[in-house]
Design a protein around this ligand. Structure first.
Ligand SMILES: Cc1cc2nc3c(=O)[nH]c(=O)nc-3n(C[C@H](O)[C@H](O)[C@H](O)COP(=O)(O)OP(=O)(O)OC[C@H]3O[C@@H](n4cnc5c(N)ncnc54)[C@H](O)[C@@H]3O)c2cc1C
Length: 486
């Protein structure tokens, strides 16, 4: 068995682990990151950027929001079911964290809203290829990785941690398997666990949420994010607490059918498998709200129905709901991708000439679907949705012009959040809510700040929590080690 000694053992090199390593390095501590995959960055490589509140970037864009306002908004949104002190510490640090990232060379394209009703807290990283969109934050990951190494962090890739070492009631290291499968023991004064939740663990998702991965629930299944860190922390007495999904909605395999997903998620007529409408589709811009509404339907899915007449209007005048992830340009590639989907028999896209034909394809009673469409079109003609009061500007009659075009949208998620309880020092708490000595956690494993639903009105929130809590954990560990050394 190989052995290594360091000051701080960090389990995983996602944004939380990297932020913790840099912070420990800034305080003169050496660290070892044990990372399961062949690269650093975890889920953040797919994302666009972290939250910042009260940043200079926001002020320059006249889009500033204060920490006081954001805290008030968030605590009201969560009905005070989450730790105010943890949220306040994170929000209060977030502006300085954006500058901290800038100082190490990260550039931001600006501070953005995700949808109209959200705040402009999403600090999107200027991407290497210049095009703002998915994966922009991978440029930040590279810079953070280099900075961590510069400050003396040793990053061991393809080295999954397996368990924590506890001696004299203190967590003081981890056992891992190195690239060749040989057991490696890394010891330090403290351990920070940040393995990103369990968004890709079928059994845990079934057990914790009753959902069936890739059957009635379609999260981004990031390889390797399987709850390892949570299981290790629970095994040494961490309180099992607050696990949830970071709910969104999407068509299955959406990265391969991105243009269909972009167009068909516009706020037209959405029905469930019983042919019934079930929400004010005007809220579809808040992907957590729409995900929650889908979760209440049979099979956790719904069909979003429109036609090419509406598509042509979107191409001419822009979509009803604008967002940065699905930009208006996507609407011009739709027809080509739709043809491909039909040719390849993609299971979540449908086209039909008549409602009857559509009902048959969807397996919905044709009379019920016809009634729902007729009723909806009546609302569109009068300009009043007397069922859900959707804004008149989203009421476009669905006539089937150029074919009905339909996407089957499922409950999805970026991943999971939560599972252990931490305090504002990122100390992991036991069942008595007392810190387990030497054990810290950050990022999605420890993110219990949303209550029942991700707060999309402050976008950039999970990557923001990951980086800020990583910093908070690094600082707390440095203080703890300084105290130990007297
Ligand atoms: C498509 C997509 C887009 C997103 N966009 C955004 C966005 O723009 N803004 C935002 O705020 N959030 C976004 N998110 C969410 C955000 O990326 C995550 O909240 C964030 O990356 C969590 O950071 P983390 O460090 O906690 O964990 P992760 O980034 O999930 O990293 C976890 C790491 O743990 C490693 N690991 C797992 N098990 C072990 C083990 N046993 N030993 C060692 N290592 C292990 C994994 O390999 C991985 O590298 C997005 C997510 C996805 C999927």
């Amino acid at each position: 068995m190989k052995q290594l000694n360091t000051d701080v053992v960090i389990i995983a090199g996602g944004p939380a682990g990297l932020a913790a390593a840099i912070t420990a390095g800034e305080r003169g501590l050496k660290s070892v990151i044990l990372e399961k995959s062949s690269t650093t960055g975890g889920a953040a490589n797919m994302g666009m950027g972290p939250l910042g509140i009260g940043t200079k970037i926001q002020k320059d864009q006249f889009n500033d929001i204060s920490v006081a306002d954001a805290l008030d908004l968030h605590m009201n949104y969560t009905h005070f079911q989450v730790d105010s002190d943890l949220v306040a510490t994170y929000f209060g640090k977030s502006a300085e964290t954006i500058e901290w990232l800038q100082e190490m060379g990260v550039e931001f394209a600006g501070a953005f809203r995700y949808f109209r009703e959200s705040e402009a807290t999403w600090h999107i990283v200027k991407p290497e290829n210049g095009v703002i969109g998915p994966r922009a934050a991978s440029a930040m990951v590279k810079i953070m990785t280099e900075r961590a190494k510069e400050l003396g962090c040793e990053i061991l890739l393809e080295t999954p941690a397996k368990s924590l070492i506890v001696e004299n009631d203190k967590v003081c290291g981890a056992v891992a398997a190195d690239k060749s499968g040989e057991t490696l023991e890394v010891r330090g004064q403290a351990v920070i666990v940040c393995t990103g939740g369990f968004g890709n663990n079928k059994e845990m998702i079934k057990q914790e949420f009753g959902l069936n991965l890739a059957e009635d629930f379609f999260p981004f299944m990031i390889p390797g994010i399987t709850g390892d860190g949570l299981r290790m922390m629970w095994a040494v007495g961490a309180k099992k607490w607050g696990a949830n999904i970071e709910a969104i909605y999407q068509i299955p395999d959406n990265l391969n059918w991105f243009l269909l997903d972009a167009v068909l998620r516009q706020p037209n007529l959405m029905v469930n498998q019983n042919g019934e409408r079930f929400m004010n589709e005007g809220y579809m811009g808040n992907t957590t709200f729409a995900g929650n509404a889908l979760h209440l339907q049979p099979g956790n899915y719904g069909y979003c129905i429109m036609d090419r007449g509406i598509l042509r209007e979107y191409q001419k005048n822009g979509p009803d709901i604008m967002d940065i992830v699905h930009p208006a340009e996507a609407f011009f590639g739709f027809d080509q991708q739709a043809a491909q989907a039909l040719e390849q028999g993609y299971e979540a896209y449908f086209e039909a000439e008549t409602i009857e034909e559509l009902a048959e394809q969807l397996g919905i009673d044709p009379d019920v679907l016809q009634d729902t469409v007729d009723q909806y079109n009546e609302y569109c003609r009068c300009g009043v949705d007397s069922q859900f009061h959707k804004d008149q500007k989203f009421l476009h009659e669905i006539t089937g012009k150029g074919h009905y075009i339909v996407g089957k949208f499922y409950l999805g998620a970026y991943g999971t959040v939560g599972g252990v309880r931490i305090n504002k020092y990122c100390e992991v708490l036991n069942d008595d809510l007392l810190p387990i000595e030497g054990l810290y956690s950050a990022g999605s494993d420890a993110n219990t700040i949303y209550g029942d639903s991700y707060n999309f009105t402050l976008p950039g929130n999970t990557m923001g929590f990951a980086i800020n809590s990583g910093r908070m954990a690094g600082e707390s560990v440095a203080d703890y080690i300084a105290d130990l050394e007297g």
